[in-house]
Design a protein around this ligand. Structure first.
Ligand code: ADP
Ligand code: MG
Length: 257
């Protein structure tokens, strides 16, 4: 398993700086929560780390190799990006959609036994096997979100970069997804997840990265990175860190100012 890194990457869109010279290194075997206000640059950073966006400056690397010089198929075998709320307008059945996660492995003969096993395994892990034959368009938002997690898992990626994967899920399925991400990391994969629920971030992650205006405000163990002064600066809110029954509890008390 290889380290995923960004070396001094900068992105601007329409002349506006979105990410200004970030250098970051991610080790596999851990879950990193990427948090920060709307527009902070979280999704932009994930697409750069997935090798799907070329930064204007700097470089992203997987195990020392520039991601953008890898063949797209090869890159996709290693790094899966689970995009934020992708639209699925195609009334394809769940099994077929999850099977698209095997695309980077497909040869001329289509799905092999190994591919089918990976698809079944991914559907089991994301608890969508019961929907296998249903059209994706007939599922609820949260059910679709789990199908998309399954599609990403089907490629058995070394790195899973998931953009707000928990947003549409009910509390039970959020915990299931968190357990799934933790299990992937304990088996050696690298997981980077963006989310807005700070309590979940604190409980789920080994490392929390707080991004605001394209820069890192804090980076470290959850309780260090999610300090009230950091949250005040990032979000403009007063927050308190308390001990809940199941670990850290971050209560947002109110707006500052
Ligand atoms: P986040 O995921 O943290 O909410 P994004 O990475 O999606 O933030 O966006 C960062 C900033 O870049 C936002 O201010 C957003 O409006 C801007 N941005 C992203 N894509 C475009 C685009 N195609 N055109 C103009 N601005 C964009
Ligand atoms: Mg985003």
């Amino acid at each position: 398993m290889s380290t995923l890194g960004a070396i001094d990457i900068a992105v601007s869109i329409g002349g506006v700086s979105i990410i200004g010279g970030l250098t970051l290194s991610f080790k596999p075997g851990a879950v990193t929560a990427l948090v920060g206000p709307n527009g902070a640059g979280k999704s932009t950073l994930l697409t750069c780390l997935a090798g799907l966006r070329r930064p204007e400056r700097g470089e992203t690397r997987l195990g020392g190799e520039p991601l953008l010089s890898m063949a797209p198929r090869e890159r996709a075998r290693h790094v899966a990006l689970l995009e934020q709320t992708p639209e699925i307008v195609w009334a394809v059945d769940v099994r077929t959609l999850v099977g698209l996660g095997r695309t980077p492995f497909l040869g001329a003969r289509g799905l092999t036994t190994e591919d089918r096993e990976a698809v079944d395994d991914a559907m089991r892990q994301a608890e969508v096997a019961v929907f296998a034959d249903r059209p994706v368009t007939s599922l609820s938002g949260g059910e679709r979100a789990r199908v998309l997690i399954a599609r990403a898992l089907a490629g058995r990626p070394q790195w899973l970069l998931a953009d707000e994967p928990l947003s549409g899920l009910d509390p039970g399925h959020q915990l299931d997804a968190v357990a799934l991400f933790r299990a992937l990391a304990s088996r050696g994969a690298g997981v980077i997840v963006t989310l807005h629920d700070l309590t979940l971030a604190a409980r789920m992650a080994d490392r929390v990265l707080v991004l605001a205006r394209g820069a890192v405000l804090a980076d470290g163990a959850p309780r260090d990175a999610l300090r009230p002064e950091v949250l005040a600066q990032a979000y403009g809110v007063e927050a308190r860190l308390a001990e809940g029954a199941a670990g850290a509890l971050i209560e947002v008390v109110g707006r500052i100012g």
